[in-house]
Design a binder for this molecule. Structure first.
Ligand SMILES: *Cc1c(COP(=O)(O)O)cnc(C)c1O
Length: 403
């Protein structure tokens, strides 16, 4: 087999990928070779504005120089100790997460799905050891059209048939209610309910914002019934919606917070479950773990990624420029356009027909977007985007939508 040294044309990479990789994605045929800030460059030298930001994992912008420097420096020191020993980065990440969020404690994992699994395990163990639910009778309430990841347990409570088909048998112990329906939440709670797991804004479902007051009501219902409110902010958190966390739009404080994606600025998979001492205190040595979770490389990168997000005022940028972008996008006119909705730099353009052809057309114009749930074009650029770049993007989006 010939060595792959020089850049091949796009089609060669597509063919290699199709031949030797599982087809569990349907990517746009753009082969990215490098990236910087909001811009990505393909193997043919073409430049695109990234309006997906790797599902909000690169809120800080691609290859942010400060995070890159930390990655390199820490890689020269020590990358992995396992939790059998301690390292000098994890305690500092714990403290900084506490100072930033107000949560007592954190439990570090790697991918988002692992953190969701960890939150589910935490809620169950809290139910059995603190609330007094009979062992193996835990119930956790979730919402229709949720997205929390792809493990067997998580797809067990998905309402997307494609995510489940062919993968049973499923994990029991979950109840599904309509999103944004607090009466349904009340109706679903029993004495065995440990938790309500919810996305404050549903991302993969198409940037769905629940009715005003829903999260406040849900928090209240959970408190009165001794049910943990678990917010999955893996995608909505860390500035994406114009607040540090989306739950802050309603002035609540969920019992359990799940974060991931932008926690390490796209350099490394780092996720975490944050909660009070009472809740994370259910863990005893040996109850749960991860070889890579809390490793010094990931922790060092996450520490800098958080510092960059705050010090470079990216949350404020998201609020201000998101409102500006949303206002402009709301001026679009097309019979195929159903609605534009969003919060911060997280905007869904909902069409009446499949969004994929629009994403293909936007790619031709130099903008990378990915359709979500068939008819929504998601606009979620890195939070470092400038007003001028938004204007540049808007002109091209207008051309494609109004064509
Ligand atoms: C992306 C995402 C996950 C899963 O994260 P992975 O790192 O892909 O496992 C879970 N919940 C939400 C809300 C997400 O957007």
């Amino acid at each position: 087999m010939p060595a792959i040294a020089e850049q091949l044309p796009t089609q060669s990479y597509v063919e290699l990928e199709n031949a030797y990789g599982a087809h569990n994605y349907h990517p746009l045929d753009v082969v990215i070779e490098r990236a910087e800030g909001v811009w990505v460059y393909d193997v043919e030298g073409k430049r695109y504005l990234d309006c997906l930001a790797s599902y909000s994992a690169v809120n800080q912008g691609h290859c942010h120089p400060r995070i890159l420097q930390t990655l390199v420096e820490q890689a020269h020191k020590v990358t992995l100790t396992s939790r059998a020993f301690r390292n000098d980065q994890l305690p500092l990440l714990y403290k900084e997460l506490h100072d930033l969020t107000g949560y007592d404690m954190a439990l570090p994992m790697n991918s988002g799905a692992e953190a969701v699994e960890t939150a589910v395990k935490t809620a169950r163990k809290w139910g059995y050891t603190v609330k007094g639910v009979p062992e193996c009778h835990s119930e956790i309430i979730v919402c229709a059209n949720n997205f929390h990841g792809r493990t067997i347990t998580i797809i067990s409570f998905s309402t997307d048939e494609q995510y489940r088909r062919g993968f049973g048998p499923f994990t029991p112990g979950f109840k599904i209610i309509p999103y944004g329906d607090s009466r349904a939440l009340i109706g679903a709670i029993t004495s065995n309910t440990c938790a309500f797991l919810v996305e404050p804004i549903q991302g993969e479902a198409g940037i769905i914002i629940p009715p005003d007051g829903f999260l406040r009501e849900a928090a209240d219902i959970c408190r009165r019934n001794r049910v943990l409110l678990i917010a999955d902010e893996i995608q909505s958190g860390l500035g994406r919606t114009g607040k540090l966390f989306a739950y802050m739009h309603e002035g609540i404080h969920p019992d359990v917070l799940i974060i991931g994606k932008a926690l390490a600025g796209g350099f490394y998979p780092v996720s975490a479950v944050l909660a009070s001492k009472e809740i994370l205190g259910v863990y005893q040595p040996g109850d749960h773990g991860s070889t890579f979770g809390g490793n010094p490389l990931g922790c060092a990168v996450a520490r800098t990624a958080l510092r960059v997000l705050i010090e470079e005022k990216m949350v404020e940028r998201s609020a201000e420029l998101g409102a500006y972008f949303l206002d402009r996008l709301r001026t679009l006119r097309s019979s195929d356009l159903r609605e534009v909705h969003g919060r911060g730099l997280w905007i869904g353009i909902e069409m009446n027909s499949p969004a994929r052809p629009y994403c293909e057309a936007l790619k031709q114009e130099g903008i990378l977007c990915k359709e979500t749930h068939d008819r929504v074009i998601r606009i979620a650029p890195p939070l470092v985007i400038t007003r001028e770049e938004i204007d540049w993007a808007f002109d091209r989006i207008k051309k494609v939508i109004e064509k």
